[in-house]
Design a protein around this ligand. Structure first.
Ligand code: AMP
Length: 356
C-alpha cells in the first residue's frame, strides 16, 4: 500500500533520529506524530505536528497514538516489542516489524540470526554466570569485551577484559546480567552498510563509510571508506541479505569490523536510520531519512549513489558549545535542539563534502 501525500506517519521514539525522520517526511508532504517519554522539549517533539508524551508501556496512550497515524515506524531500537504489538493491535501498520526489533534488542539473538544468515561475527559465548564468564574468557581471551545482551548502546553496558582481569569484579560491574563475551577483534577499520528496503522488496544501498569510534561512541564517518571495491560490495550484499532475511521494510544499518585480510565480521545491526549515515542527505541524491520515509510509506526508493566525498563529525558534549559561527564555518550543521549539553551526549553533527 502506498500512502497518499498528507498521510500521517507515527514515530516511536523522540530523539534526534525521529527529528530528522520527521523533517524528511515533512519535505515529502507527510504529517508526523511522535511518541516517547522525553516530553515536549525532546528533539522529535519539537518538529512533529503532535507529540504523545508517554512511556512505551502505556498501552492506552499507544492506542491513541496509533489511531492518529496511517503507519508507524521507530527511531529507537530499544522500544519494547510490546509497544509495536500495541500499535499493530490498534490496526495501524508498523514497519520495520516487531521481529526486527526483538532480534536487534538481544545481542545473542542478533548474533545467532546473523550467523544463520551466513554473516560472520566476532567469536562469542553466552554468559549467564561468573562460571560462564570464566569458561568463556579462557576460550576467547585474554582480550575480550563483556557486553550485556540487552540495552547496551554507545559503549554502555560493556566491560573490557584483558590478561589478569578480575573476572568476579567485571561480573559485578556489568550488574550480573545476561551477557555475551566477545573476543576482542584486532580490526583494520570499522565500516557500516546502510540499506533501504521497500514494500515491494526493492533495495537501495549506500556506499559503506569508515567509522571512527572513541570510548564506544561514533566520532566520525567518512566516505568513500579506504577499502577495496570488492570489500565494499561484499558489505553491501551482506546488508541486503540481512534486510531480506528479516523481511525488512525501512532503513537498517549493519556494522562491520574489516579485518587486515579483508574479512568482514559483523558487530551489530540497527533496525533504524543510523548515525554512520548522517552524511547521506548532503552527499547522495536521497538521504537515509528520506529513503526510510519512502520505504515505510510504500513509495519508490531514491538514488543512493555517492555524489561527493563526505565526512561526518558528531558534536558530542562540549564540542557543541563552540560559538555557532565556528560550527557553521566547519561544515553543514545539524543541531538536535537539545537544551542541555552533557558529556557523551550527541548534540548535533557537521557534514563536509568535496567533489569526488
Ligand atoms: P558496540 O556498542 O558493541 O557497537 O561497540 C562500540 C565500539 O566498541 C565498536 O564500534 C568498536 O569500536 C568497539 N568494539 C566493540 N566490540 C568489539 C570487539 N569485539 N573487538 C574490538 N572492538 C570492539
Amino acid at each position: 500500500m502506498s500512502l497518499p501525500c498528507g498521510a500521517t506517519i507515527g514515530i516511536l521514539g523522540d530523539g534526534q533520529l525521529g527529528r530528522m525522520l520527521a523533517s524528511a517526511a515533512a519535505r515529502l508532504g507527510f504529517r508526523t506524530v511522535s511518541f516517547g517519554p522525553g516530553g515536549e522539549h525532546s528533539p522529535a517533539a519539537q518538529v512533529t505536528g503532535r507529540h504523545f508524551a508517554a512511556g512505551y508501556e502505556d498501552v492506552a496512550a499507544l492506542k491513541a497514538f496509533a489511531e492518529t497515524c496511517d503507519t508507524v515506524t521507530v527511531e529507537f531500537e530499544n522500544v519494547p516489542v510490546s509497544a509495536a504489538e500495541a500499535v499493530i493491535a490498534a490496526g495501524t501498520p508498523f514497519h520495520p516489524g516487531p521481529n526486527a526489533l526483538s532480534v536487534a534488542q538481544d545481542r545473542a539473538m542478533e548474533k545467532r540470526f546473523l550467523e544463520e544468515a551466513g554473516i560472520l561475527c566476532a567469536p562469542w559465548r553466552l554468559v549467564d554466570s561468573l562460571a560462564d564468564l570464566e569458561a568463556a574468557h579462557a576460550a576467547l581471551g585474554p582480550d575480550a569485551i563483556l557486553k550485556t545482551r540487552r540495552e547496551g548502546y554507545d559503549g554502555k553496558g560493556q566491560v573490557r577484559l584483558s590478561a589478569g582481569s578480575d573476572l568476579a569484579a567485571a561480573w559485578r560491574e556489568i550488574g550480573e546480567r545476561a551477557c555475551v563475551l566477545e573476543g576482542f577483534v584486532d580490526f583494520a577499520l570499522e565500516t557500516s552498510a546502510i540499506v533501504a528496503r521497500g514494500t515491494d522488496g526493492g533495495v537501495a544501498v549506500y556506499p559503506p563509510s569508515q567509522n571512527l569510534h572513541e570510548g564506544g561512541i561514533l566520532r566520525r564517518s567518512m566516505v568513500p571508506a579506504p577499502i577495496s571495491v570488492e570489500t565494499e560490495q561484499r558489505a553491501q550484499a551482506l546488508a541486503v541479505r540481512l534486510a531480506e532475511q528479516l523481511d525488512y521494510i525501512g532503513v537498517l544499518a549493519l556494522e562491520f569490523f574489516v579485518m587486515q585480510d579483508g574479512r568482514l565480521l559483523a558487530n551489530e545491526f540497527a533496525p533504524r536510520v543510523h548515525n554512520s549515515g548522517h552524511w547521506t542527505p548532503e552527499a547522495c541524491a536521497t538521504g537515509q531519512f528520506e529513503n526510510h520515509i519512502r520505504a515505510v510509506a510504500g513509495w519508490p526508493l531514491g538514488e543512493t549513489a555517492l555524489l561527493y566525498n563526505a565526512e561526518m563529525e558528531n558534536l558530542i558534549g562540549e564540542a557543541a558549545g563552540a560559538p555557532v559561527a565556528d560550527l557553521l564555518s566547519r561544515g553543514s550543521l545539524t543541531l538536535y535542539g537539545k537544551r542541555e549539553i552533557r558529556p557523551g551526549r550527541k548534540m548535533g553533527h557537521l557534514v563536509r563534502i568535496r567533489p569526488l
